[in-house]
Design a binder for this molecule. Structure first.
Ligand SMILES: [Cu+2]
Length: 198
């Protein structure tokens, strides 16, 4: 997770649905079958990026959202499987597209809004292209500092909104080994399990 990225790309999530220009529904599961020629070249690029965050059979049926030049969120395609995918944010260094279920979306909205996520409303998120580097201790850090334990995150999936007893099963070091599962933002309301997949 990277706060800056999320702030930029997900800040208007609750405004999404009404502005959607929904693409026609489709039955196929390939990336090409899920795109229509009416999309602009940039939107097609955004869709390919967003869909790369999860396995193709998940992202092919997901809702795809993207941000225009003015920072407004738009729905590029209304999905049919409860997952929402967002493209890489070009303003951050690495590729960081993500796909999440509705509980993870609610968790992310709580994080962005500085409200407490509902404990026990467990959500799941894919970030198979990796994530932008982040502080492992400060959910709202935007850049490295002397003591905020900036870490590198590779391709991973995330469990969010779980109870303390779940997180207690995993390493909580401020400077974790990011090649094995670990807790990010341990001890904060936004602690979550990071699960590397490569
Ligand atoms: Cu992540």
């Amino acid at each position: 997770m990277n706060f800056l990225k999320f702030l930029i790309t997900a800040g208007c999530i609750s405004l999404l649905t009404p502005m959607a220009f929904a693409m026609e529904s489709h039955g196929g599961s390939s990336m090409e079958a899920s795109m229509q020629s009416s999309l602009s070249a940039d939107d097609k690029k955004a869709m390919i990026s967003a869909m790369s965050a999860a396995p193709i059979n998940v992202s092919a049926e997901a809702t795809i959202i993207a941000m225009d030049a003015k920072g407004k969120m738009r729905t590029l395609r209304k999905g049919q499987n409860n997952f929402t995918c967002m493209p890489d944010n070009p303003a951050t260094p690495g590729p960081d597209p993500m796909c999440m279920d509705p509980a993870a979306l609610a968790w992310a909205e709580a994080w962005i809004g500085h409200t407490k996520p509902v404990e026990g409303k467990v959500g799941f998120m894919y970030m198979l292209m990796g994530g932008t580097d982040a502080s492992n201790v400060d959910p709202y850090a935007t850049k490295p500092s002397a003591n905020n334990h900036w870490i590198q995150t590779g391709p991973h999936v995330m469990i969010v909104g779980a109870s303390q007893s779940f997180y207690d099963m995993y390493p909580k070091s401020a400077q974790p080994d990011t090649t094995v599962p670990y807790i990010m933002w341990s001890g904060t309301p936004y602690q979550h399990l990071m699960i590397p997949v490569k």
